[in-house]
Write a protein that binds this ligand. Structure first.
Ligand SMILES: Cc1cc2nc3c(=O)[nH]c(=O)nc-3n(C[C@H](O)[C@H](O)[C@H](O)COP(=O)(O)OP(=O)(O)OC[C@H]3O[C@@H](n4cnc5c(N)ncnc54)[C@H](O)[C@@H]3O)c2cc1C
Length: 511
């Protein structure tokens, strides 16, 4: 039996059609696998999907994309799949950050020199810190570009990791156990409140945690992807274009996508994944779909539930204990506004971040990350615009609150009042408004408790110490933002590519 024929017969079931699941499915179908992908929602894309209301198109969660430049992860994957790279514009500045009481933002420019001048003006004396970050980023980015497998779980993974190492990678080793706050202390910058707050705000978007906890090596990448030759992009049309193109490639290559189908359980036998229990939400029909590999595009919290659904003793007790011990991840509260263009100030950047109060850490509802559509980008009719504003929120508040609707309205009103300090938001300019809470994310993305953004990038959970794509159950793979958190759709695409390479390597070693 030739190895190619054997590989072609392998069947893969993917649970979830977020960007992680769709990318895995499309790549596997393109490489000759039989792929079935099930998603409980009605539209694919998960946190990077969209919804339409009264002529407006709102991005559910993700609004900006990294990795579209040549060599970037989305670009690489779209090229392999032979599908067109979506049209997009640069986000420049990538973000305009407003600190408490300030009306002039810190602009994170795309041009590296312009960004250097901006930060030197904003944070005098901090350049040695930034130079360290730049050096660590350059080395880490080259390393990442050589497709290491992190964290490694078997000999093949270790080999991929070893192949990606170069002498310059060793520069990063002494920094592996440092946080961003450690580096600030190294340069005597720990008391620089504006710098620390700016870093807290930006890091929190990517790593869930602030400078005190974020791993330095992770931060070096997260903070530098906004600059050329990388950079952040605003997609023409909406975020849905990413999923749509992946679905086109998947179906062209014979893969099957079934929306409105929930995977209720992942079956294992003798430490190996055997298949899944699927339920058609419309008909209520359930069946067992057997597979050679099961790819779970879910949070790691969902994964332990799916494999342990009907087991009194959990099949992966150590793994479950690790997941149970994770600090509670954040949820998101999001306000979606369809507005008249008069609401938008002239030259408004596409992304803004506001922090309202120096008292206390960035947390429950005291900052906003805002995305604004621009004319002709496909999100709003002529003369109108969309504003999407999200804040961090504790998922447990929403789970246990007595009067959900009242609570939601209160958060919405507060968010709009805060946005009104920058935008002209009056009854005559707000055409449509809606809000999403962790409960909404549970319903539409099935993420456990409505947590978003993946596992916090603390020292104990970043890169080499994070959750692997390989799970303790053979042929069960985890893909998505629990394994490659913080870099959104770009990160989950790396995660997908790694799983595809691992599945392929397993196939060739078996035959
Ligand atoms: C408010 C907010 C703002 C964000 N901003 C950005 C940004 O600007 N840029 C960026 O790149 N990223 C951003 N992100 C993060 C980014 O959206 C996510 O990290 C990424 O989209 C996650 O993709 P995923 O494939 O891991 O999972 P998900 O998007 O969670 O997709 C998982 C899919 O699996 C399905 N599913 C789950 N369980 C089951 C089951 N049992 N059976 C069947 N189907 C199931 C779900 O319905 C869902 O479609 C943001 C996220 C949020 C919430």
């Amino acid at each position: 039996m030739s190895s190619k024929n054997s590989i072609q017969k392998q069947k893969v079931v993917v649970c979830g059609a977020g960007i992680g699941g769709l990318t895995t499915a499309a790549l596997l179908a393109h490489r000759g696998y039989e792929v079935h992908i099930f998603d409980q929602a009605i539209v694919p894309g998960g946190c990077a999907s969209t919804f339409k209301r009264r002529g407006f198109t709102f991005d559910v969660g993700a609004t900006q994309v990294a990795g579209l430049e040549p060599g970037g992860i989305h670009h690489r994957i779209f090229s392999e799949l032979e599908i067109d790279i979506p049209n997009a514009t640069h986000c420049d500045p990538a973000c305009a950050v407003f600190l408490p009481g300030e009306t002039v933002p810190i602009n994170v420019w795309r041009d590296p020199e312009k960004w250097q001048q901006e930060r030197q003006r904003q944070f005098p004396g901090s350049e040695p810190f930034w130079q360290l970050m730049t050096k660590l980023f350059e080395v880490s980015w080259k390393f990442q570009g050589r497709d290491p497998v992190l964290p490694p779980r078997n000999i093949w993974d270790v080999w991929q990791l070893t192949k990606a190492l170069r002498p310059d990678t060793l520069i990063t080793v002494p920094f592996t156990l440092m946080t961003v706050a450690d580096a600030l202390r190294l340069y005597g910058l720990e008391k620089n409140l504006r710098l620390k707050t700016f870093l807290d705000l930006q890091l929190k978007l990517y790593s869930q945690v602030d400078t005190e906890e974020t791993a330095l090596l992770y931060a070096a990448t997260a903070l530098a992807v906004s600059q050329a030759p990388q950079g952040l992009y605003h997609l023409q049309g909406s975020m849905q274009v990413l999923s749509d193109r992946l679905v086109t490639a998947l179906e062209r290559d014979g893969g099957k996508l079934l929306m409105g189908h929930t995977i209720e359980q992942i079956y294992t036998e003798n430490g190996k994944a055997k298949g899944v229990k699927v339920r058609n939400q419309k008909t209520g029909e359930t069946w067992v779909e057997t597979a050679d590999h099961v790819v779970a595009n879910v949070t790691v919290q969902n994964l332990v539930k799916l494999v342990g659904a009907e087991n009194r003793s959990h099949p992966i007790p150590g793994y479950k204990r690790r997941v149970d011990k994770l600090p509670s991840p954040w949820g998101a509260f999001v306000v979606y506004l369809g507005v008249d263009e008069r609401a938008i100030p002239a030259n408004c950047p596409p992304h803004l971040q506001f922090f309202y109060d120096y008292d206390g850490p960035i947390g429950e509802n005291n900052s906003l990350f805002v995305s604004v559509s621009h004319p002709g980008d496909g999100r709003a009719p002529t003369g109108k615009a969309t504003i999407t504003a999200s804040s961090f929120t504790d998922t447990q508040i929403w789970r246990h609150c007595q009067d959900y609707q009242k609570w939601k309205q209160q958060y919405t009103d507060e968010a709009i009042a805060r946005l009104s300090q920058y935008f002209y938001l009056k009854p005559e300019t707000i055409i449509y408004q809606e809000a999403a809470t962790p409960r909404t994310f549970v319903r539409f993305t099935a993420r456990d408790e409505g947590v978003v953004g993946g596992v916090g990038q603390r020292l104990s959970t970043f890169g080499p110490f994070g959750f692997a794509n390989r799970t303790p159950i053979q042929d069960l793979w985890l893909v998505g933002d629990s394994t490659h958190p913080g870099e959104g759709t770009a990160g989950v695409s790396y995660s997908a590519l790694t799983v595809v390479r691992q599945i392929e390597a397993e196939g060739s070693s078996r035959f």
